[in-house]
Design a protein around this ligand. Sequence first.
Ligand SMILES: [Fe+2]
Length: 160
Amino acid sequence: MISHEKALELLKRYNLPEGLYLHSLAVNKFSVELAQNLIKKGKKVNLALVDLASLLHDIGKIKAKEKDEDHALTGANILINENLAELADIVRKHRLDSVLGNDSPLTIEEKIVYYADKVVDQEFLGLEKRADGWKKRYPNVDALLKKVYPKIKEIEKELI
Ligand SMILES: [Fe+2]
């Protein structure tokens, strides 16, 4: 795997704008804290995997927008092409609706990055405030939110 610094360079190479870069840093910080707390409680968590995947989880955003693709899948494919295939599953499974299908986050590392992205924007907001932001950006997100809330709460219980 690569260093944290190399991952930051990779984010810049894929043209992440400032706001998304700051979001990536904030999700990374929260994910690593979650992982460290779980490790303290005796859980087995791959900290390096959480560190890199959380930092790179939105790496596909710009390319996906240009090509009208699913940003999580695009991100996963970018990572495979960058010889970081071990991060691809975590990134592929971080979409808000990932918890509803049959490609739901299952490993502890997948759940940490999924959850962190749902409660952190450019700082920790918590799920409700974070959802307010989505409602402004995506007018039809309400029905989806009702479905994903219980799943996110389930993951929360496991992580916190
Ligand atoms: Fe994100």
